[in-house]
Ligand binder design. Structure first.
Ligand code: SAM
Ligand code: DTB
Ligand code: SF4
Length: 364
């Protein structure tokens, strides 16, 4: 019997989100147990392989070049550095490495070739490899698949409606197109969003409608609490309440029963009790390591202590989907196409993003 539905309405999802908490938790935990081992949590280590200087204007992001934030920018990491970090991550209990680059989209050329080599290297360490590199063409998704990529992270971030108030330099449909390109390859899809950006509960439900209607649904759905970084347009946002996080995780679990729900950014602000309730509500994956991409995350030893206390076990790699085979660069028959896709631009501006950009000019 499959409980997976792709035709959820916003109203149905809102009714779930707003249930009395004890019922919501009971429903979510019941579905969780039917599809997953409730004592196993997948652990992924984030690695920022190219940091800062991004041309996009995502209102939440400290890596957008136009905002004045304190992060230290870095060019693309070497393959050997990435390998060393992956080995460290493996030794500390991670089964996946997720490499993030502050790019608008992937461009064919030496840097992408270097990323493909990183993917080959980590897959050969028998770890799941994930990348989040911005927008992708179908050919690029296939080249990543051939290198041995396990997952591609590309978040919808919020509802289609609210997206227009967060990012002006690309459109919601561009995100869907990249997800579609990934889906056409053998790479699994990781797509979720952020809460606490000033969105209405209806937008949270709208984002879940969009994710749940993907067929198949994403194999992994990260739920991030906004990390409000000074200098970004969202620096003054109120912190997300743990109750909102628990409700969002539980609702995600109910509408996407088979996905791995990832308790993502914002864990430094959550108590162990709060995180335990998220795991009970169906979260079965975390990002580990003392840093997310540019902001702090709980220390890995503390996380492992928490796991011990809660009786949780880190998930072994390739439990859900088998390990992809790596094709060496010299044997590849896929050629770079050098495509310069014309991504749609809504051509609108967002006041708070413009204000943050203007402020950074004054500071400079
Ligand atoms: N540049 C690529 C892209 O935008 O897809 C990949 C890297 S980007 C930093 C990956 C994701 O990190 C974003 O889609 C967003 O969901 C999340 N993120 C970025 N800044 C965040 C913040 N301040 N708080 C919470 N999540 C954040
Ligand atoms: C995701 O959904 N969250 C991660 C990962 N995918 C790439 C990133 C969170 C970033 C938080 C802000 C930062 O550290 O820069
Ligand atoms: Fe760039 Fe990604 Fe940050 Fe947007 S979220 S500014 S695309 S790094």
């Amino acid at each position: 019997m499959s409980e997976t539905r792709h035709n959820w309405t916003k109203e149905e999802i809102l009714d779930i989100y707003n249930k009395p908490l004890m019922e919501l938790l009971y429903d979510a935990a019941t579905i969780h147990r039917k599809h997953h081992d409730p004592n196993t949590v997948q652990v992924s280590t984030l690695l920022s392989i190219k940091t800062g200087g991004c041309p996009e204007d995502c209102g939440y992001c400290p890596q957008a070049a136009r905002y004045h934030t304190d992060i230290e920018g870095n060019d693309l990491m070497s393959v050997s550095h990435v390998k060393a970090q992956a080995l460290r991550a493996k030794a500390s209990g991670s089964s996946r490495v997720c490499m993030g680059a502050a790019w608008r989209n992937v461009k064919d050329g030496p840097e992408f070739d270097q990323v493909l080599e990183m993917v080959r290297t980590i897959n050969k360490l028998d770890m799941e490899v994930c990348c989040t590199l911005g927008m992708l063409t179908e050919n690029q998704a296939q080249r990543l698949a051939e290198a041995g990529l396990y997952a591609y992270n590309h978040n919808l971030d919020t509802s289609e409606d609210y997206y227009k108030d967060v990012i002006s330099t690309r459109a919601f449909e561009d995100r869907l197109e990249t997800i579609d390109n990934v889906r056409k390859s053998n790479v699994t899809v990781c797509s979720g969003g952020i809460i606490g950006m000033g969105e209405a509960i209806e937008d949270r439900a709208g984002m879940l409608v969009a994710l749940a209607s993907l067929n198949p649904q994403p194999e992994s759905v990260p739920i991030n609490a906004l990390v409000a970084v000074e200098g970004t347009p969202m620096e003054d946002m109120e912190p997300v309440s743990i109750w909102d996080m628990i409700r969002m995780v539980a609702t995600t679990r109910i509408v996407m029963p088979e996905t791995q729900v990832r308790l993502s950014a914002g864990r430094t602000e959550m108590s162990r009790e709060g995180q335990a309730m998220c795991f009970f509500a169906g979260a079965n994956s975390i990002f580990a390591g003392d840093k997310l991409l540019t902001t702090p995350n709980p220390d890995v030893n503390e996380d492992m202590e928490m796991f011990k206390m809660l009786g949780l076990n880190p998930q072994k790699p390739f439990t859900k989907v088998s390990q992809p085979k790596t094709v060496e660069a010299a044997e590849s028959k896929l050629k770079p196409l050098g495509e310069k896709p014309k991504w749609s631009r809504p051509g609108h501006t967002i006041e708070r993003n413009e204000e943050a950009k203007a402020k950074s000019k004054v500071v400079d």
